[in-house]
Design a protein around this ligand. Structure first.
Ligand SMILES: [Zn+2]
Length: 134
């Protein structure tokens, strides 16, 4: 801590550091570290104009609790889209070349597993019916 820095606490008990009257760092509500403000995402409602968790904590939180894909996943996808497209193209080519074989093997799989497939469908139908009646 430098001389012109003050350790403060807001109403919610979050510690933060002010320098010349401006918030420059605050304690992350996720990892509990005192972190510079630049490592938090912007939010008008939050202390120092940022959200309460640092970026790594937000990522971690999203990974655990969000059904939506985390932001970095999207970036990864964007970065690899070209590769994905190329792969789809080659999949398509593979499919075109082997169409007969693929369809044949799908048909065979269904024929060989028909009873099991139907049995499973029946079971889940009966189960649903029981649950409704109960
Ligand atoms: Zn954190």
């Amino acid at each position: 801590m430098k001389e012109n820095q003050v350790l403060k606490k807001n109403r919610r008990g979050t510690q933060y550091i002010e320098e010349n009257g401006e918030v420059i760092a605050k304690r992350c509500s996720g990892c509990g570290e005192m972190i510079e403000l630049e490592h938090f995402s912007k939010s008008n409602a939050g202390l120092g104009g940022t959200v309460s968790k640092c970026r790594p904590c937000i990522l971690e939180y999203n990974k655990k609790y969000s059904k939506k894909k985390p932001e970095y996943d999207k970036r990864y996808y964007e970065k690899n889209r070209k590769g994905t497209v190329a792969k789809k193209e080659s999949d398509k080519r593979y499919y075109e070349k082997n169409k007969g074989k693929i369809i044949e093997s799908r048909k065979r799989y269904y024929q060989e597993n028909k009873e099991r497939v139907l049995e499973r469908a029946k079971e889940s139908y009966l189960k649903n019916k029981r649950e409704v009646n109960e």
